[in-house]
Design a protein. Structure first.
Lengths: 111, 117
């Protein structure tokens, strides 16, 4: 079955630096790979999606890369701010409507 | 646009009791999902509805969990009887008809935190 691995340890970054989160998967390549943000006590919020035929996608300070050879996606937050502190979830979508989530990486940005 | 609504937000019960959660998805969203999120883990899909039909319930513990989506709108998830390991946050999400969009962005409610003592 498909497995998804994200940085198991929490990530602590100095404000202003670039945070890089990793998502590795096994088995088949997904049609889409999505990234969500989750704050304590709230549901996940969709951030970005990248398709299997795309190498990179950007949205403001966010950048996602997708390497189907390495079976890996990297999620970057540039010029990080304390407000970026949250848990970030990687999710794979194989076919329309079915998504599998990773366990998430907790990111802390210190002032 | 109103988001996904869930109630209650918190529930504490004793093992072997029953509990029910309610979800109202975003208007017009054909697909509804129930997830279980245990502390420190990602959401795990329990059941997925397309309108009022079940698309995937392969990870739903059917001996104790049940869900329905009457009229293709609101949904309820029930646990009977509850076990200690059911303590988790139960998230409801909705999305547009996958046949009408090129990818599946899911919109989540705030979740119901269940504690089983």
């Amino acid at each position: 079955s498909q497995k998804i691995e994200q940085n198991s340890e929490a990530l602590n970054i100095q404000e202003g630096k670039t945070a890089t989160l990793t998502c590795n998967y096994t088995n088949y390549s997904p049609a889409y790979l999505q990234w969500y943000r989750q704050d304590p006590g709230r549901g996940p919020v969709f951030l970005l999606l990248i398709r299997e035929n795309e190498k990179e996608k950007r949205k403001e300070r966010l950048k996602v890369t997708f390497d189907t050879t390495l079976k890996q996606s990297l999620f970057h937050i540039t010029a990080s701010q304390p407000a970026d502190s949250a848990t970030y979830l990687c999710a794979l979508e194989r076919s329309a409507s079915k998504i599998i989530f990773g366990s998430g990486t907790r990111l802390s940005i210190r002032p | 646009e109103a988001g996904v609504a869930q109630s209650p937000r918190y529930k504490i019960i004793e093992k072997r009791q029953s509990v029910a959660f309610w979800c109202n998805p975003i208007s017009g969203h054909a697909t509804l999902y129930w997830y279980q999120q245990i502390l420190g883990q990602g959401p795990k899909l329990l059941i997925q509805f397309q309108n009022n039909g079940v698309v995937d319930d392969s990870q739903l513990p059917k001996d104790r969990f049940s869900a329905e989506r009457l009229k293709g709108v609101d949904s309820t998830l029930k646990i009977q009887p509850a076990k200690l390991e059911d303590s988790a946050v139960y998230l409801c999400a909705s999305s547009l008809d996958p046949g009408k969009v090129s990818y599946n962005e899911q919109f989540f409610g705030p979740g119901t935190r269940l504690t089983v003592l």
